[in-house]
Design a protein around this ligand. Structure first.
Ligand code: REL
Ligand code: ZN
Length: 416
């Protein structure tokens, strides 16, 4: 049991952070068996909605014209604009280079056709395995929405055969737009009405229970706007309290609340159209206090919410803070937020998720994050050594495994 000293601290932490196998608790990935929903390859990487938004910082072409082009043409334009005509310094741009480098490609070829060829010759399953291995990810949680008819067909016809991909039941259409979407529930065979009468409530609960079971969901999840308020007399708040929380409690799974997204501020941008706003922490306090037997995984999108979120987590053990979500996933913010969480919560949080939409995102999101957290953790253990606290290699390994995987599974109450 090696005791750590000032000289080997950095080396031990870096080694353990590099080799820990990650449970990636929130992604938009699908298993290879889900046909066109399974996204991978350089053209998907280049047309990631983060890069589309960045492309239009420079491009003057009409939005419609861009979106009418084929994926390969869009990728070509993005590549020329963001990588050749300007240096790719943004986090999402640099991410593409990290992926190519980790795959062993020569980024200085600077030739999209070469990248395409070199990736396409690798057999798909071998490629999937290689990506998981390079990213050091053992399993990912998906975002699964039965209201999406394409996705629903895969669950109904095929189901998921790859145990590395675990399901989460996404509730956005149900909670954020019930008036528009309740007819979808009727099509799915649930006798619901526009008004939330007793029968409708029990049918929504039946829907939730059926689909949690069908996809074996690890948790339910919803993304919410900055003005999300509970309790209030809205469909969202009422369905949450009357249907979602009772079923989460009954089937013993957490609810993930992802708060602060302003959808479609510039609708021309499609998936890239969303923005953010500061939310009111009082709704989280209310939920954690009123439903102590429910568990809440919470991430917030606005930087301004981060401090009050960690303080709230100190007050409620049924609240698990996770990830540096989306617009927060920039190195300097990740560093600051992770350090603040360690100072405030010790090791009792889930520091990151990838939000990967394209398989290779797993590589860059985790390669970049490992570097950042290794630096932050080194500083924290350094302070322990200065306090005369003897820490062993095993203890460091344990702590890192908790952060990257066990905290999630312990909170969920399942073994991985
Ligand atoms: O799960 C969500 O709501 C968001 O993470 C996504 O809507 C978003 O598009 C995602 O790509 C962000 O990273
Ligand atoms: Zn997401």
């Amino acid at each position: 049991m090696a005791v750590i000293n000032q000289d080997n601290l950095t080396m031990v932490i870096t080694k353990e952070v590099e080799r820990v196998q990650v449970t990636d608790i929130h992604t938009h990935l699908y298993p290879p068996g889900f046909g066109d929903m399974f996204l991978y390859g350089i053209d998907e990487l280049l047309t990631y909605h983060y890069l589309i938004a960045e492309f239009f910082r420079y491009a003057t072409m009409d939005y419609e014209k861009f979106f009418s082009l084929s994926k390969m043409q869009q990728a070509e334009l993005i590549y020329q604009t963001l990588f050749i005509k300007h240096s790719p310094v943004s986090e999402a741009q640099r991410g593409v280079l990290t992926v190519l480098k980790e795959l062993g490609l020569d980024v200085n070829k600077r030739d999209l056709r070469v990248f395409r060829e070199q990736i396409s010759i690798i057999p798909v399953m071998e490629y999937v395995n290689r990506i998981f291995a390079l990213a050091g990810v053992k399993e990912v949680i998906m975002t699964n929405d039965p209201f999406d008819s394409t996705e629903r067909q895969w669950w109904e016809k095929v189901g998921n055969k790859d145990p590395r991909f675990k399901a989460a039941l996404r509730l956005d259409p149900l909670l954020n737009d019930y008036e528009k979407n309740y007819k979808e529930l009727i099509k799915l065979g649930y006798r619901v009405d526009r008004c939330l009468d007793e029968n409708t409530i029990s049918e929504i609960k039946r829907y939730l229970k059926d689909w949690v079971k069908k996809i074996n969901a690890v948790y339910m999840a919803v993304s919410l706007p900055p003005d999300f308020t509970v309790p209030e007399d809205s469909y969202c708040s009422r369905i949450l309290e009357l249907c979602v929380l009772p079923i989460c409690k009954e089937v013993k799974i957490p609810l993930a609340l992802m708060i602060g997204v302003k959808r479609s501020v510039n609708p021309y941008l499609g998936l890239a159209a969303d923005s953010l706003g500061k939310a009111d922490i009082r709704s989280i306090e209310y939920l954690c206090r009123t439903y102590p037997e429910n568990k809440f995984l919470v991430t917030m999108l606005s930087k301004e919410n981060q401090h009050e979120l960690v303080v709230t987590a100190r007050k409620f053990r049924n609240l698990m803070v996770f990830g540096c979500w989306w617009f927060l996933n920039n190195p300097d913010m990740v560093k600051e937020i992770t350090s603040m969480r360690l100072d405030t919560l010790g090791l009792s949080f889930i520091p990151q998720h990838s939000d990967a939409r394209v398989l290779e995102h797993l590589i860059y999101k985790w390669v970049h994050f490992r570097k950042i957290i290794a630096g932050v953790l080194t500083k924290k253990y350094q302070l322990l050594l200065e306090n005369g606290w003897r820490v062993t290699e095993e203890e460091i390994k344990r702590d890192i495994e908790d952060l990257f995987s066990n905290n999630f599974w312990n909170f969920v109450g399942r073994n991985s």
